[in-house]
Ligand binder design. Structure first.
Ligand SMILES: *[C@@H]1O[C@H](CO)[C@@H](O)[C@H](O)[C@H]1NC(C)=O
Ligand SMILES: *[C@@H]1O[C@H](CO)[C@@H](O)[C@H](O)[C@H]1NC(C)=O
Ligand SMILES: *[C@@H]1O[C@H](CO)[C@@H](O)[C@H](O)[C@H]1NC(C)=O
Ligand SMILES: *[C@@H]1O[C@H](CO)[C@@H](O)[C@H](O)[C@H]1NC(C)=O
Ligand SMILES: *[C@@H]1O[C@H](CO)[C@@H](O)[C@H](O)[C@H]1NC(C)=O
Ligand SMILES: *[C@@H]1O[C@H](CO)[C@@H](O)[C@H](O)[C@H]1NC(C)=O
Ligand SMILES: [Cu+2]
Length: 558
């Protein structure tokens, strides 16, 4: 799976060109999704699994390969539709493979199958997850690694950081979009590193009779002294912002999302930790301590309110050099208090001035359109709490995917304002200013744009001054950025990818409650896309299912 030295030289010469090489290699996967009892942290609950696994299997490919995933929806107890989204993949020329029900496809009905096929068009670290209601908070997540020219011998692989809830995601969603203000922001019960952590079963709520085993066990990773290791951090949780560190070790940040950046050490900056909001990935290099034989603690802490809410925010894993140290179970924790202090109450990504892409791209300094979108938080007429963007709380119609209607030349839906479509027509570049102020400003949001590595021109508290752009010749690009509480974010994208692209908060509970806009990009070119007939067939299959069964869509659907 790794590149040879010669191949690396060849590929490196192509890198700046952006477009992936064509390798002709197909990486095939066969995924069966089921709901079964599991106890990742010791507490038994129904978990959505792929091929029996939580977290779901690793997808691994080389840049330019074709990834082909056949998904069998065997979810029962109850039956549900599903769809898988390949986070961060651009899907240029495969826009219908983005996996968002009601936007790019109809859900895969219970008992049905669908084969996704797309190019590994960027390289680095990512993940995939269900985009159907809050299924991904119920376990339907997995890592995805695409090897590029930046390959390294000591690759520790994916490190998934996920908050974890003991209640079923459907029950949580009902509360989140409910009418009782005390229930709309549920705290997570636990925090996991690669799907494991120890949970203290004495702490379960009175009356909770679920079976639970304390000391379920944690993950461990072996490092080699003096060697440079690559760690691929992924926040694949539902709500919590993670602050990652390893006691006694300095980390060098080399990529954010699918974008390699000019490296910097966490130690050399104010923050000693790596901050990741939901959906974000950060690749770090860690040099094994010279001559080390001991064991150290790897930590990921959910940043406390106002960033996130958790009853057990601290996840741990072990980093060890010699097996004896692992079994002895004594750890050097000298450095932890200093790290802990830097974790609290900071709900932002590292400064944009620090995160400079390795391969520069300059955005249009005068984009032909700038759209201002306000975020609001309100009760609707029935008293349910909802999030709004541009004065609309999004709600999908699973039977009418926006991309497919657009492909048939229909870009106006007078009866469906809740699809929240922003039609940017044929604009060559689009700038969007998102304001998170007023009554809605109490929370920060990880804002995710599909189909692009967005330029992040500026973020901050208060309002944008209308002109400041950080690193205007080469601003940070990534696919998720934290929009601060009581703040703003300015993003821009080059309209090089015709499609219907979700722009949304990646907190499961917030997108469930409608914090979402559909960016419609170059509809004239969407009309020309040759969408395979199997996509329409999935809609007929879904329609046949919904003619027989009532789909209880309790949230936005995403
Ligand atoms: C587990 O929780 C119980 C009840 O809160 C407490 O008494 C006990 O000390 C905890 N055990 C550990 C190992 O933290
Ligand atoms: C523990 O780690 C610190 C650095 O974090 C180091 O200065 C100290 O020497 C270590 N102690 C032992 C006993 O290895
Ligand atoms: C308010 O929102 C809830 C939750 O999405 C929804 O079930 C309900 O139908 C909405 N009420 C109105 C009047 O639209
Ligand atoms: C927002 O929507 C509500 C209800 O649809 C409407 O009454 C109000 O005028 C809208 N506000 C703005 C600023 O568009
Ligand atoms: C476009 O689709 C919407 C939603 O199905 C429908 O209401 C509308 O009539 C359609 N427009 C045309 C011109 O077919
Ligand atoms: C550019 O986008 C704006 C919406 O922000 C839209 O009103 C306008 O028609 C678009 N221009 C073109 C040329 O499509
Ligand atoms: Cu949010």
């Amino acid at each position: 799976m790794r590149f040879s030295a010669v191949a690396t030289l060849f590929w490196a010469s192509l890198v700046a060109a952006q477009d992936p090489p064509y390798t002709g290699v197909i990486r095939s996967y066969d995924f069966t999704i089921k709901r079964e009892m599991r106890a990742p942290d010791g507490y038994y609950k129904p978990v959505l699994l792929i091929n029996g696994q939580f977290p779901a299997p690793l997808i691994e490919a080389n840049w330019g390969d074709t990834i082909q995933v056949t998904v069998h929806n065997q979810i029962t107890g109850p039956q549900e539709g599903t769809a898988l989204h390949w986070h961060g993949i651009l899907q240029k020329n495969n826009q219908w493979e983005d996996g968002v029900p009601g936007v790019s496809q109809c859900p895969i009905p219970p008992g049905g199958s669908f084969t996704y096929s797309f190019t590994a068009d960027l390289y680095g670290t990512s993940w995939y997850h269900s985009h159907y209601s809050a299924q991904y908070a119920g376990g339907l997540i997995g890592p995805m690694i695409i090897h590029g020219p930046d390959t390294l011998k000591y690759d520790i692989g994916p490190i998934l950081l996920t908050d974890w809830y003991h209640r079923d995601y459907n029950d949580i969603v009902k509360d989140v979009v409910g009418t009782d203000v005390t229930k709309i922001a549920p705290p997570s019960d636990s925090n996991l590193i690669n799907g494991r952590n120890n949970f203290n079963c004495s702490a379960v709520a009175t009356g909770d009779t679920a079976s639970c085993k304390s000391n379920a066990g944690i993950t461990n990773f072996r490092l080699s002294p003096g060697k440079l290791h690559r760690l691929r951090l992924i926040n694949a949780g539902a709500e919590g912002q993670q602050k990652f560190s390893i006691d006694g070790h300095i980390m060098t940040v080399i990529a954010n999302d699918f974008v390699p950046i000019i490296p910097y050490d966490t130690k050399a900056h104010s923050s000693l930790v790596v901050s990741l909001a939901i959906g974000q990935r950060t690749d770090v290099l860690v040099r094994g301590l010279d001559g080390a034989t001991g064991a150290y603690i790897m930590r990921s802490s959910i940043a406390s309110a106002p960033c996130s809410l958790s009853n057990n925010p601290d996840a741990t894993a072990i980093v060890y050099y010699k097996h004896d140290a692992l079994t002895a179970g004594t750890f050097n924790t000298t450095a932890w208090p200093e790290f802990k202090a830097s974790v609290e109450g900071v709900c932002v990504n590292d400064d944009l001035s620090k995160t400079v892409p390795w391969y520069p791209i300059t955005p249009d300094p005068n984009p032909p359109t700038t759209k201002v979108i306000d975020i609001d938080f309100q009760k609707n007429e029935t008293g349910n709490f909802l999030w709004l963007m541009n004065n609309v709380s999004f709600r999908a119609n699973y039977n009418q995917p926006i991309l497919l209607l657009s492909n048939m030349g229909n870009n106006s839906y007078p009866d469906s304002p809740e699809w929240n479509v922003e039609n940017f027509g044929s604009n060559s570049s689009v700038r969007i200013v998102i304001n998170n102020n007023g009554a809605a400003g109490f929370s920060s949001h990880p804002i995710h744009l599909h189909g692009h590595n967005m330029f992040v021109l500026d973020v901050g508290t208060g309002s944008w001054d209308g002109s400041t752009v950080i690193n205007p010749l080469n601003p940070q690009r990534r696919d998720v950025q934290i929009l601060p509480a009581n703040g703003y974010m300015v993003l821009q994208f080059t309209a090089d990818n015709p499609g219907a692209w979700p722009l949304h908060c990646h907190i499961a509970w917030h997108v469930s409650a409608g914090l979402y806009v559909t960016v419609l990009e170059r509809p004239d070119d969407i009309a020309k896309l040759q969408i395979p007939s199997v996509v329409a067939q999935t809609c007929r299959d879904w329609s046949a299912f919904t003619n027989m069964a009532v789909v209880d869509q309790i949230d936005s659907g995403l």
